[in-house]
Every structure is written in structure tokens, then in C-alpha cells.
Design a protein around this ligand. Structure first.
Ligand SMILES: Cc1ncc(COP(=O)(O)O)c(C=O)c1O
Length: 385
């Protein structure tokens, strides 16, 4: 199956009384005719369910669909992207271990690696490039974590290269594929051990769900599943149902997101009031060649730096009409974020500057509107500056 077919048909069946839409198994627990059947469910036999914190048929269908899209053996869903990150990391880290992360990450992920893991005796180092990564690797390093493209400056990290470096100590490589989506990039095929998603974003696509997902080999997923059962951070059946519905249009949405972002990036590159455009699909971008090699499409996210600073950025974003001003990304509607005051506001100005997040930086998650309307809207806002 090709991706668009997987989105629609992947893992679906008409087993549930012929229902075309997967029923929402809104139940906490399952009942059995005898103790043998209970035992089968306790052992986790295929198709047997005991308790929704462990497994649930609606959640399972969404998990299978995502595993197919990412071309991995199995998948798990979580109550949020952060829950997916934290649960996956905790499944492999113990006191005395070391974790490495590329320093450009979603703000709360930075918070987890920098402030929470060290409380449990786990050493964490943030690295800026492959050389630093190689230097920081040692036999205690159990995990390398990164996003690609990164948030919010769309840096592209070479997944195969990181994997090659990680081989020396058999360190696990976790890739946050939220920005790219499995339509544009398949990290497992490039050597990643685990793919992580904030499914609140493109996978669901309608800005009405908080969820997380991971995909990887059975051996890893089994360990993380045991941790999820303890932490209890599983996605609920209704959330999974929304996700299944969202994924049906993922391929077609991403196609439009990609197209709109490329058009807007080209437009922004020509604006005199813009210092710099960050979009890996621009031939002038330093990651263009790597992105072409690693990604099928360049994604729906871009950032740009306005000349000026906070005042100009504030004036600009507040004048746009077709946009949600706030946090998050990956919805059908264009979403504008001012990282300095939202996603990265928990960092100090100095910390933000190190990550290239200046006060004039604006991040755009292109929706699926007609890009001509978006560009006209941007034109008007530039004219006010
Ligand atoms: C790249 C990335 N990863 C993970 C997360 C966390 O996901 P969630 O908000 O679903 O917990 C976010 C949230 O914005 C994100 O942008």
C-alpha cells in the first residue's frame, strides 16, 4: 500500500458489525466467560483485552495505522506527545546512565532533559553538532534524542549519520518526527530505533486533540508498553478515534501543507523587511541537499526573522487575519507562533539566543487554505510595518 492508501485503509476492517467507522470502545474493563479467557487477556494474546490502561481495540487500530505509516513493527499511543517522550526515555534510562540530545528541541522537551532527568541521577548533555555528539558518547550513553526538522529554526539533522555514530556503543536513537510526519520522512528506514510524535499536530491535524505516538521494533515497544502501563499515560478511546479519523486525510493534507509552505517561503525570501527565512525546501537553505536526500517533502513549517525585534513581531502577527495566534502546529488552519513569548518562553533570553531564537522570529505552521489568501494577508501585514 502507498501512504495515502494506508491512511484510508491501513489496519481497517469491517469486523465490528460492518461498521465503516471504528467503534469507540468506551470501556474501562472487559468481561469474560471463564478464567481461561481472562488468562489469555492477562498474557496479552492478540485480540484479547483486559483493561484500557493496558490496551483497547480503538486505541489499537490507531496504533496499527501509525505503525504502517512509519513502517515499524509496532506502535503505542499516549495521552500527549510529552508523555510519549518521557515514557519512552524512562523505559531505557537508569541512575548512572547518560542521555544526549541535540540542543534545538521543543521547549518542554528541553525542560524534561535538562531539569527532570538529572534529578534521577541521569546525566544529560546537549550537543550542537555531530562532532560534539561523537565526543559526548561513551559506554554509559543509552539514548540520543533529537527532532528533525527542529523547532523552530528548521535545522535538519542527518538521521543516518547519527545512527552511524551511535553504533559504537549501541546507543538508541530516538527521533521526533512531528514536524516532518511519516508522509515526508521515515526515520526508521534511515536507521532510527524509535520514532516519536506529538500526534496533537499533523497526525490528527484538526487542533482538537492532545496525543502522542511512538513506533519501533517489538522489543523496544514491549519495554515502553510495560512502562506505559505503570505510568498510566495511555490515550483514551475517544482520542484514538479522533486520531483515526484525522489520519484518513493525512497524506492529502501534508501534500497541501508542503505546497503552501514552499510558496510562502519563496514569497518571504523576497521581502525587504525579512532578515532570514528558515525553510529546508529553499535551494538557498543550508539543509536543502540533506532534506532532499532524507525527506520526500519539505513540510508545512517555516520560520522567518523580521528586521527589528519584539515590537515588530508583535505588530506583524497581530495584524494577520487568517491565522490562529498561539502555540501548536499541524492543524488545517494556519497557526502563527512567536517562540520568544510562547513555545520557548520558559528559556531565558540568552538561552534562546544560543538556539537562534531572536525576538523577531516568527514561526508559521501553514494550514491547508489557499496560499494566495495567506500571501495577500502577509502583504497587508508587511505594509503596516
Ligand atoms: C516537536 C514537538 N515534539 C513534542 C511536542 C509535545 O507534544 P504534546 O504537546 O502533544 O505533548 C511538541 C509540542 O508542541 C512539539 O512541537
Amino acid at each position: 500500500m502507498k501512504d495515502s492508501t494506508k491512511c484510508v485503509w491501513g489496519a481497517e476492517s469491517l469486523e465490528h458489525l460492518g461498521s465503516v467507522s471504528m467503534p469507540i470502545y468506551q470501556t474501562a474493563n472487559f468481561g469474560f466467560k471463564d478464567t481461561e479467557e481472562v488468562l489469555k487477556a492477562v498474557r496479552g494474546e492478540e485480540g484479547k483485552y483486559l483493561y484500557t490502561r493496558w490496551d483497547n481495540p480503538t486505541v489499537k487500530l490507531a496504533e496499527k495505522k501509525i505503525a504502517l505509516l512509519e513502517e515499524g513493527e509496532d506502535s503505542l499511543l499516549f495521552s500527549s506527545g510529552m508523555a510519549a517522550i518521557i515514557c519512552s526515555a524512562l523505559a531505557f534510562l537508569s541512575k548512572g546512565d547518560k542521555a544526549l540530545a541535540f540542543r534545538e528541541l521543543y521547549g518542554e522537551a528541553i525542560n524534561f532533559f535538562k531539569n527532570i532527568l538529572p534529578k534521577f541521577g541521569i546525566e544529560v548533555s546537549f550537543v550542537k553538532d555531530y562532532e560534539e555528539l561523537e565526543r559526548e558518547l561513551n559506554k554509559r550513553t543509552k539514548l540520543i534524542y533529537f527532532e528533525t526538522p527542529t523547532n523552530p529554526t528548521l535545522k535538519v539533522i542527518d538521521i543516518a549519520k547519527v545512527k552511524a555514530l551511535a553504533e559504537k556503543y549501541k546507543t538508541l536513537v530516538f527521533v521526533d518526527n512531528t514536524f516532518a510526519t511519516p508522509i515526508n520522512q521515515k526515520p526508521l528506514k534511515l536507521g532510527a530505533d524509535l520514532v516519536i510524535h506529538s500526534a496533537s499536530k499533523y497526525l490528527n491535524g484538526h487542533s482538537d486533540l492532545i496525543a502522542g505516538a511512538i513506533v519501533g521494533r517489538n522489543e523496544l515497544i514491549g519495554k515502553i508498553k510495560a512502562m506505559r502501563r505503570v505510568l498510566g499515560c495511555v490515550l483514551d478511546p475517544f482520542g484514538a478515534w479522533l486520531l483515526i479519523r484525522g489520519i484518513k486525510t493525512l497524506d492529502i493534507r501534508v501534500e497541501r501543507h508542503n505546497k503552501n509552505a514552499l510558496e510562502l517561503a519563496k514569497y518571504l525570501e523576497k521581502q525587504s523587511k525579512v532578515n532570514k527565512v528558515y525553510y529546508p525546501g529553499l535551494p538557498t537553505n543550508e539543509y536543502y541537499e540533506l532534506s532532499k536526500k532524507q525527506m520526500k517533502g519539505f513540510g508545512g513549517m517555516l520560520s522567518f526573522e523580521l528586521k527589528g525585534g519584539y515590537k515588530e513581531a508583535k505588530g506583524f502577527v497581530e495584524r494577520l487575519r487568517f491565522r490562529i495566534l498561539g502555540a501548536s502546529l499541524g492543524g488545517v488552519e494556519t497557526i502563527i507562533t512567536h517562540p520568544a513569548s510562547t513555545s520557548h518562553s520558559m528559556l531565558s533570553k540568552e538561552e534562546r539566543e544560543i538556539l537562534g531564537i531572536k525576538d523577531g522570529l516568527i514561526r508559521v505552521s501553514l494550514g491547508i487554505e489557499d496560499v494566495e489568501d495567506i500571501i495577500e494577508d502577509f502583504d497587508k501585514a508587511f505594509n503596516y510595518l
